[in-house]
Design a binder for this molecule. Structure first.
Ligand code: GCO
Ligand code: MG
Length: 439
C-alpha cells in the first residue's frame, strides 16, 4: 500500500478507473475478424493483390495491398491458406499484435511472398482502424507534417531527344522532379523503350551490356542537364544492372549532373559496397525496393550509407514495419522515398501517401498515374496536382474497391486482352555471351 493512502481510498480510485475504462469502450466492442478474402485483379495487365478483411460488425471492413506482381498467385495462397485460419476470430483492432502473430507463425520469415501476405492483412487492419475512428490513416500516425507529397514522375524513351521531350512535358504539368531513363540501341535496358533491332549475341534472348548502358546514360544526363536547365531535379534508376566497380565509377561520373538521387547502383547482394561508394562519391543514393528483411535496411540506415530509403512497403510487411523504419531513418538523417510503381495497388499508394504526410523525414514520392481501368476498380485514388500527390480525406485509405469491376480484369492477360507468359514472372536478359544478368 502506498504510504499515507488508506485501503479505502485505493479501492475508490480503482473503482473510478474501472468505470472510466468501461465508459471509454462502451458502444465500441472490439471488432473480431470474421472473414479474409483476396481480390486478385490486373486492370492494366499488372497483377495486383488486395486483401479484404471483414469484421463481425456490420459494414466494418478494410483493404490492404499485398502486391508482388511476379509471384502474385503465391501471395494469394499465403493469405488464404495460412493467415486466414490463423486470424479467424481474432480482434481486428490489435494491429501490432496481429502483425507479430503473422510474422512469427511461419518460423522462417522475411520472404517476399510472406511479407506481402502480411502486408495485405496489416494495411487492411489500419483501414479498419481509420474507418472506426472516422479518420484518414495519416491522422492515426500523428497527422500532417506537410500538405501533400512532392513526387517524381518518369520520363523515358528509346532515344535521348524523346526522353528530353517527355521530361519537358512533365515539367509543364508542374513536376519539379523527373526520373530519366533512356534505351540502349539494340539492347533490353530497364525502364525505357526497346528498339526492334538487337545487337549480335551468342543466343536469342534479350541482350544487355552494362558498359554500353553506362556510356549511353552519361550522354543522356549531359544532354538533359543542358536542355532542361539547372532548376529541375533529375533522378535515375540503375536497377542493379552493373558491377560494383562500375557502380563506383558511375557514381563519381554522374556527380557533375547534380542528381536528386541515383537509385539501386548495386544489388541487395552487394550492399557492402555502399561503404566504399560513400567514401568516394557525394551522389545522393536511394536504395531498397528489393529489400525484405531488417538485416538489409538496418545497417544501411544506421551507418548512414544511403540518403533515401526506398522500400516497397508491402514487400517489407506493410505499414506497421515501415513506420518504424521511417522513425529509425529519421534518427540517422535518412529520408523516405517509398517505391511507387504501377505494380503497387492504389491501396498501397494510399499507404505511401499516409507515410509521406505523417513522417517528418519524407524525401520524395515516386508517382505512377492511375489510369482509367485502375480508377474503375479503385474508387478514391490519391489525387495528383502540380506534381503533388494529395491524400484522400475519407476515413481509412478512403478507397472503395469495385469488386465486380475487379473481376473483369483477371490475372493472365495484358491490357489488350492477350494471354501473358510466365504467370507474371519475368523472363531472361543475358549478356552477349549468354550470361544471365539481374534485371
Ligand atoms: C522503380 C522500379 C520498378 C520495378 C518494378 C518491378 O523504381 O519504379 O525499379 O519499375 O522495376 O516495380 O516489378
Ligand atoms: Mg527502382
Amino acid at each position: 500500500m502506498a504510504a499515507g493512502v488508506s485501503a479505502g481510498v485505493l479501492a475508490r480510485r480503482e473503482a473510478v478507473a474501472a468505470a472510466q475504462v468501461e465508459r471509454a469502450t462502451r458502444g465500441m466492442p472490439s471488432p473480431k475478424i470474421k472473414d479474409i478474402q483476396v481480390i486478385a485483379t490486373a486492370p492494366e495487365g499488372l497483377r495486383l493483390v488486395v486483401v479484404k478483411i471483414l469484421t463481425d460488425q456490420d459494414g466494418l471492413y478494410g483493404y490492404g495491398c499485398g502486391t508482388f506482381t511476379q509471384r502474385a498467385e503465391l501471395v494469394v495462397a499465403a493469405v488464404e491458406r495460412y493467415l486466414k485460419p490463423l486470424l479467424a476470430g481474432k480482434p481486428a483492432d490489435r494491429i501490432e499484435d496481429a502483425w507479430h502473430l503473422c510474422y512469427n507463425s511461419s518460423y522462417w520469415r522475411n520472404s517476399g511472398v510472406l511479407n506481402n501476405a502480411i502486408s495485405g492483412v496489416d494495411m487492411a487492419l489500419w483501414d479498419i482502424k481509420g474507418r472506426q475512428a472516422g479518420m484518414p490513416v495519416y491522422q492515426l500516425l500523428g497527422g500532417k507534417c506537410r500538405e501533400a507529397a512532392d513526387c517524381y514522375a518518369h520520363a523515358s524513351g528509346a532515344e535521348i531527344p524523346e526522353v528530353i521531350d517527355n521530361a519537358k512535358r512533365l515539367m509543364a504539368q508542374g513536376f519539379r522532379h523527373i526520373r530519366l531513363q533512356v534505351g540502349v540501341p539494340g539492347m533490353a535496358g530497364y525502364g525505357a523503350g526497346r528498339s526492334e533491332a538487337r545487337v549480335a549475341a551468342l543466343h536469342n534472348a534479350p541482350v544487355f551490356e552494362p558498359a554500353a548502358y553506362i556510356r549511353r546514360t552519361l550522354q543522356m544526363l549531359e544532354a538533359a542537364r543542358k536542355e532542361l536547365g539547372d532548376e529541375v531535379e533529375l533522378l535515375h534508376d540503375v536497377h542493379e544492372r552493373i558491377t560494383p566497380t562500375q557502380a563506383l565509377q558511375f557514381c563519381r561520373d554522374v556527380e557533375k549532373f547534380r542528381l536528386f538521387f541515383l537509385e539501386d547502383p548495386v544489388s541487395p547482394e552487394d550492399i557492402g559496397y555502399f561503404r566504399l561508394i560513400r567514401q568516394l562519391s557525394s551522389v545522393p543514393i536511394a536504395m531498397g525496393e528489393l529489400f525484405n528483411s531488417p538485416h538489409e535496411w538496418t545497417p544501411l540506415i544506421a551507418e548512414r550509407l544511403i540518403d533515401y530509403i526506398r522500400v516497397h512497403v508491402s514487400q517489407a510487411g506493410g505499414l506497421t514495419p515501415c513506420r518504424k523504419m521511417a522513425a529509425l531513418a529519421e534518427a540517422f538523417g535518412v529520408r523516405t522515398a517509398w517505391h511507387g510503381p504501377g505494380d503497387v495497388s492504389p491501396i498501397g499508394h494510399a499507404c505511401n501517401v499516409a507515410l509521406d504526410l505523417a513522417c517528418w523525414n519524407f524525401g520524395i514520392q515516386e508517382y505512377t498515374p492511375f489510369r482509367e481501368r485502375t480508377r474503375e476498380v479503385f474508387d478514391g485514388c490519391p489525387e495528383m496536382k502540380d506534381g503533388y500527390l494529395w491524400a484522400n480525406e475519407k476515413p481509412g485509405w478512403g478507397i472503395e474497391v469495385n469488386e465486380a469491376a475487379a473481376k473483369k480484369y483477371p490475372f493472365g492477360f495484358n491490357e489488350k486482352g492477350e494471354r501473358q507468359r510466365l504467370n507474371g514472372g519475368w523472363g531472361e536478359v543475358r549478356r552477349r555471351d549468354g550470361t544471365i544478368i539481374k534485371q
